[in-house]
Design a protein around this ligand. Structure first.
Ligand code: NAD
Length: 313
């Protein structure tokens, strides 16, 4: 069922790598095609507005990448940069202006917000029709109900990559480690919607390694570098590593590490996402598809193929 290129199996190892960069490139290409088709119907390009408050270096990199990929996909990207000293009222006023702007299809407020700003209030102020991060209460409620709505990008990327590896997910046991609003909880709901049997584990879960070993699909989203060892993985399981952790490398420089002990897991897992190059690139790809979906729905149009196929639910 898998269309993963077998040459991605490291020689002598059991696991096949799930190439998130290649998958994201496919989704980006579909988004570009969809953006062209929608632009013809709308008389303008679909448009994503990105709000960045403050100078957080990681956020600046994320925002730059989001803008670059949005424009490469043939959409308009509006960048709104505010100083860290901006008041809550000013940030809310900007969100209100973007909500009211008919030419804006998607609004993304880059998190975390600087101290003194209430991220929940800001995010919940976004019009659910433009909530391309899928984080408003309306979007979360739609996900719980299985109703149409915009789904959070990183969890959607996880489901997309699991489908790439395994094809049909129905009946498989997905164990999700981490219960954050951004990743763990929506990932559990999306795998449930894909007819998986889902276990949602967290920091208070008892005997997590034994539980994880029951997973056909193991999603690690705890933010703990290398936490998932080979003995946490059922032989042949599909491992989706969401973790992005900065750790000290052997040469004194820092490097990125996932939540999975990747080198050890290669002998046990059937499929595995690397870090970097796994879930990370898929997050922006899903943001592009969500922006298209928002643009189409707001105009009462169907999302054109092949972009529509990229939506996970
Ligand atoms: P978070 O800190 O909000 O949540 C972590 C969750 O993991 C919590 O629910 C907690 O209960 C659980 N947890 C913590 N320690 C645990 C332990 N020892 N055993 C079991 N569960 C434990 O983090 P988050 O925002 O959900 O992000 C999780 C990880 O995913 C981070 O490394 C983050 O950088 C990464 N992330 C990656 C992307 C991406 O695009 N790939 C996007 C968002 C987050």
């Amino acid at each position: 069922m898998s269309d993963i290129d077998p040459i991605l199996r490291p020689s002598g190892r059991r696991a096949v790598l799930i190439d998130g960069k290649a998958a994201a490139a496919q989704v980006d290409a579909a988004a570009r095609e969809g953006a062209l088709a929608l632009a013809r119907r709308l008389g303008r390009k679909p448009c994503l507005a990105v709000v960045l408050v403050g100078e957080d270096p990681a956020s600046q990199v994320y925002v730059r990448n989001k803008i670059r990929r949005t424009e490469a996909a043939g959409m308009t990207s509006l960048e709104h940069r505010l100083p860290a000293s901006e008041s809550q009222d000013e940030v809310l006023a900007l969100v209100a202006r973007l909500n009211a702007d008919a030419a804006v299809d998607g609004i993304l407020v880059q998190l975390p917000l600087p101290d003194g700003l209430d991220a929940t209030r800001v995010v919940q102020a976004i019009d659910p029709a433009k909530d391309v991060d899928g984080l408003t209460a309306a979007s979360a409620g739609a996900l719980v109900l299985g109703a149409p709505g915009l789904r959070p990008c990183t969890p959607s990327g996880c489901v997309y990559l699991a489908r790439q590896a395994l094809g049909e997910l129905s009946g498989r046991h997905a164990v999700v480690i981490g219960r954050s609003i951004l990743v763990g909880k929506p990932a559990a709901l999306l795998f449930l919607q894909a007819d998986c049997t889902v276990t949602l584990a967290h920091s208070r879960t008892r005997d997590l390694p034994a539980l994880a070993r029951q997973a056909d699909i193991l999603v690690a989203a705890a933010g703990r570098p290398g936490m998932v060892g080979a003995d946490w993985i059922k032989p042949g399981a599909t491992v989706i590593d969401v973790g992005i952790n900065r750790v000290d490398g052997p040469d004194g420089a820092t490097r990125l590490a996932g939540d999975v002990d990747y080198a050890a897991a290669l002998d046990t897992a059937g499929y595995i996402t690397p870090v970097p190059g796994g879930v990370g690139p898929m997050t922006i790809a899903m943001l592009l598809v969500n922006t298209l979906a928002a643009a189409a729905r707001r105009a009462g149009l169907d999302l054109p193929e092949p972009a529509a196929r990229m939506l996970t639910s």
